[in-house]
Design a protein around this ligand. Structure first.
Ligand SMILES: Cc1cc2nc3c(=O)[nH]c(=O)nc-3n(C[C@H](O)[C@H](O)[C@H](O)COP(=O)(O)OP(=O)(O)OC[C@H]3O[C@@H](n4cnc5c(N)ncnc54)[C@H](O)[C@@H]3O)c2cc1C
Length: 467
């Protein structure tokens, strides 16, 4: 007797017969592109990538996955460094074709579909002189970013992205379509504000917007890496009294070959202080004065800049397909030996591995004033997030880079809170995910997970187990 179709074939047929959007399988020319994510080190082979055309396709894809007991990877912008947006032997629910955005000028809100990335949302909201807190690279997906908290240039004035999420349309694990907002499914909205992709596929997100730009004041000022300890000491003090309009970060990196950097500095180890001030020109100039007084920069490119340009300023440092391994710490403060260790390790990292970088994001302001009563995003009191970004071009170079990132993370452990920021976590297992939340928040999240995804269909993520 002839064998019937294999399970994979049945899955593909069911999906192909019922989806409106394209289905991409190993038999298709675009498969390698479709199964890949931003992180080139991730190499997984799903049965199919369902490039959904709308909510109905999401319901269909989840139904097929449930019926066949298959893993589901959900993709917004594909930027998750752990590669959760692709999988082996499962179905990728790829929202990247869902690009609808509508700005409501009067209400100062924008609704955007789950495949929108920050460069797209910023372009639309800026046409109205409005914006909401987004990431520092324009290709990052709004969905994964917001569900994990979302820190970026506007956060000290307007809070993290999750604080600005006012409503979301969600397809649950059971395939039900629900809206979570201030009126219905309020607990779900609370969970989506920082609880990650655990509760369903978010097909659209509505954000509160605030007047921003179109011109803001910022860019980068660059110093030699040898001044690392001195600069971090200065930075820790300078940031104590900054206005909320100013968000900054320190980046240890190889100086980029950009026109504002003198040619002899291209590729040399440097430290950038990157800034975004959303107040007036005078207020920005006053706020930058002390930073400029730190003295003798390699290059000073602080000035008026369109917000959308500022949002893309780090894009060249993070091209799609680069190999990446990251680890992160929250730092209650930067002081004493933490500064020497951080500066020494960071300078060495970029000397040995020129595509790599170490970031220190300054938080406080509206980030600290927010409350986990309003959303699951938990750790609001640390002054800084440190992100150690190992990045390399040749796949064969993975070992020294990952070793270095881990070594740097270990060296900073004694100076860190031990509670990580969710969006910068790699695939580090349950303990780190648990520590991304307070006890109270985690208990609430596990109860929510039990309600919306009791079988843990959505487990390829920073996973919250059903309580
Ligand atoms: C170059 C780069 C720059 C970054 N900059 C920042 C930054 O400035 N600030 C910051 O906070 N983080 C930043 N990140 C981290 C980023 O926020 C997270 O990796 C985030 O998960 C990316 O979202 P995404 O939609 O692109 O992810 P994807 O890889 O598509 O998805 C990651 C996970 O998010 C969930 N998810 C995504 N879309 C949906 C959806 N529609 N419905 C339900 N769940 C979904 C799923 O669990 C999925 O596994 C950056 C990452 C990169 C690679």
């Amino acid at each position: 007797m002839a064998d019937g179709p294999s399970r994979h074939e049945r899955v593909i047929t069911e999906l192909r017969d019922n989806l409106r959007g394209p289905l991409i399988t190993a038999a298709d020319a675009g498969y390698d592109e479709a199964r890949g994510v931003w992180n080139g080190a991730i190499d997984r082979r799903p049965i199919a990538v369902a490039r959904v055309a709308g909510t109905a396709d999401v319901v269909t894809a989840l139904g097929v996955a449930r019926e066949h007991g298959l893993p589901v990877a959900v993709r917004g912008g594909g930027h998750n460094v752990a590669g959760f947006a692709t999988c082996d032997d499962g179905i990728v629910v790829d929202l990247s074709a869902l690009k609808g955005i509508r700005v409501d000028r009067a209400a100062r809100t924008a609704r955007a579909q789950g495949g929108v990335v920050w460069g797209e949302l910023d372009a639309e909201t800026q046409a109205f002189g409005l914006a909401t807190t987004g990431g520092v690279v324009s290709g990052t997906g709004i969905a994964g970013f917001t569900l994990g908290g979302g820190i970026g240039w506007l956060m000290r004035k307007h809070g993290v992205a999750a604080d600005n999420l006012v409503s979301a349309d969600v397809v649950t694990a059971a395939g039900e379509t629900v809206t979570a907002d201030g009126r219905e499914n309020r607990e779900l909205l609370w969970g989506l504000r920082g609880g990650g992709g655990n509760f369903g596929v978010v097909t659209s997100l509505e954000y509160r917007l605030l007047p921003v730009g179109p011109l803001v004041y910022g860019g980068v000022i660059l110093f030699p890496a040898e001044r690392g300890p001195e600069l971090l000491r200065f930075y820790a003090e300078w940031t104590r009294d900054l206005p909320d309009e100013l968000t900054t970060m320190v980046v240890f990196l190889a100086a980029p070959p950009m026109p504002f950097v003198p040619a002899e500095w291209h590729g040399r180890q440097a430290i950038a202080v990157a800034c975004c001030h959303i107040g007036t020109a005078d207020a920005a100039t006053a706020a930058f004065k002390e930073l400029r007084d730190f003295g003798e920069p390699v290059a000073d490119a602080l000035g008026p800049i369109p917000y959308t340009v500022l949002q893309g300023m780090f894009d060249p440092t993070a091209p799609r397909g680069i190999n990446a391994y990251w680890k992160t710490h929250h730092l209650a403060d930067l002081a004493g030996p933490a500064i020497d260790t951080a500066a020494e390790r960071a300078a060495e990292l970029t000397r040995l591995f020129p595509l790599s970088a170490v970031h220190f994001h300054h938080l406080e302001g509206a980030v600290a004033r927010g409350s986990s009563g309003d959303g699951a995003f938990s750790h609001r009191t640390p002054r800084f997030v440190m992100n150690i970004l190992g990045m390399w071009a040749d796949a064969a170079d993975a070992d020294p880079h990952t070793r270095w990132v881990r070594g740097t993370w270990d060296a900073m452990r004694a100076h860190a809170t031990g509670d990580p920021y969710l969006n910068f976590l790699a695939d580090e297992g349950g303990t780190q995910v648990r520590r991304a939340y307070s006890d109270e928040v985690f208990a609430r999240l596990t109860a929510l997970k039990k309600k919306y995804d009791p079988e843990n269909l959505f487990r390829l993520n920073q996973n919250i187990p059903p309580g």
